[in-house]
Design a protein around this ligand. Structure first.
Ligand SMILES: [Zn+2]
Length: 305
C-alpha cells in the first residue's frame, strides 16, 4: 500500500497497516456483510479513515443487492438483455427514466418493490411481457408495438426452451441447430398437426431454415440463454446457459425431441445438409420460399441417410 494517510495522533503522514475485515451493516432492515480494508497507524495503532467513503457505500449497497442475486452491473445487464434503451425500458415498466439512470449509475439503492421486479424479469421474458402488456393503454399502441418488436416478444418461452433442450450437453453449430429444429417441428406436425416452436421454415441453401435465423440466435445470446464457444476446429458452437424448463412440454413433445436428438446426434453439418436436401419439401421449393407444413407427411426421420 503506497498511499499515505494522515494520523492526527502522531501529527504526521504515515504508511498505514492495511487489514481486510468483515463488517456488518443494516440496509433497509436487512443485515449485509462487507469485506473492507481497515487502515491503522503503524506507530500508535490508531484507526485511520479512508477518505474514499463513496466507494465503501457502493460496496455496502452492492452487498445488499446480492441478497436478491443482483448487483448494480446486473441491473444494466437485465435491461440490455431486453434490447431496450433506458427510456424504453423505463416506459415498459411504468417507471421514470431518472429512476433507471440512478440505479444503473449506482446513485441510489432500488427500493424493495423495484428489486422484486428486476428479480422477476431477470431471464424471464414472459414476466416482462406481462408487465408490458399491463401498461399497453398508457403506452399507446405505437410505442407498445415498437417495444414489443425490440424485445422480440414473439419468440415465446417454449421456443426458447426447445433451444435449451436440444443444446443440453449437445453443443451444435448453426447448421446443426437448423436441422434439429426443422426435424422436431415437421415430425411434431406429422404426428399432432402442430409444430413445437413458433417457427416457419423456408428453403435455404443448406436446407430448411427458420426466418431471421441470425437475428434470433444473436438475440438468444444477448438475452443470456445461449453462449458461443469454439470447438477444436474453430467452428462456432452454441451452448445453453440455463437448464430447459421441462414443465413447458408435454410427454409427446419430449418424445419427439428425444427421437430427433438421438437420430441427429453426432452427425456433421455436411451429412445433415445432404440429408435435408432429399426432403421433398426442400426439393419442391425455391430459394427463400416458405416450406408449407403440409410437407410434413413426406418427412421421415429414418429415411434418406
Ligand atoms: Zn499514529
Amino acid at each position: 500500500m503506497e498511499k499515505k494517510f494522515y494520523c492526527f495522533n502522531c501529527n504526521k503522514d504515515v504508511e498505514p497497516i492495511c487489514k481486510l475485515q468483515t463488517n456488518s451493516y443494516t440496509v433497509h432492515k436487512q443485515k449485509v456483510k462487507v469485506k473492507e480494508n481497515v487502515f491503522t497507524c503503524p506507530f500508535c495503532n490508531n484507526e485511520l479513515l479512508d477518505e474514499n467513503l463513496n466507494n465503501s457505500l457502493y460496496e455496502i449497497y452492492n452487498a445488499y443487492l446480492q441478497l436478491y442475486d443482483l448487483s448494480f452491473s446486473k441491473l444494466k445487464e437485465i435491461r440490455e438483455s431486453y434490447n431496450l434503451s433506458q427510456e424504453l425500458f423505463a416506459k415498459s415498466l411504468g417507471w421514470s427514466k431518472r429512476t433507471i439512470v440512478r440505479y444503473e449509475n449506482a446513485d441510489s439503492l432500488p427500493q424493495n418493490q423495484y428489486l422484486q421486479i428486476y428479480k422477476k424479469i431477470k431471464n424471464n421474458k414472459n414476466e416482462f411481457v406481462n408487465i408490458l402488456k399491463s401498461n399497453r393503454k398508457s403506452l399507446g399502441d405505437e410505442l407498445y408495438f415498437k417495444i414489443f418488436n425490440l424485445v422480440n416478444a414473439e419468440l415465446d418461452l417454449k421456443t426458447i426452451n426447445v433451444f435449451l433442450y436440444v443444446l443440453k450437453n449437445n453443443f451444435l453449430t448453426k447448421t446443426q441447430i437448423m436441422k434439429n429444429l426443422f426435424s422436431i417441428d415437421f415430425l411434431s406436425y406429422k404426428k399432432y398437426f402442430k409444430p413445437i416452436t413458433c417457427f416457419k421454415y423456408a428453403h435455404g441453401t443448406y436446407g430448411p431454415i427458420f426466418d431471421n435465423k441470425d437475428a434470433i440466435l444473436n438475440l438468444l445470446v444477448k438475452q443470456n440463454y445461449l453462449e458461443m464457444v469454439n470447438d477444436e476446429e474453430d467452428n462456432i458452437l452454441f451452448k445453453p446457459t440455463n437448464e430447459p424448463d421441462l414443465f413447458l412440454f408435454n410427454k409427446q413433445e419430449i418424445e419427439i425431441m428425444d427421437n430427433v436428438l438421438s437420430k441427429l446426434k453426432g452427425k456433421s453439418s455436411k451429412k445433415l445438409t445432404d440429408w435435408s436436401h432429399k426432403f421433398k419439401g426442400w426439393i419442391e421449393t425455391n430459394d427463400g420460399e416458405l416450406i408449407n407444413y403440409s410437407y410434413s407427411k413426406d418427412f421421415d426421420l429414418q429415411k434418406n441417410w
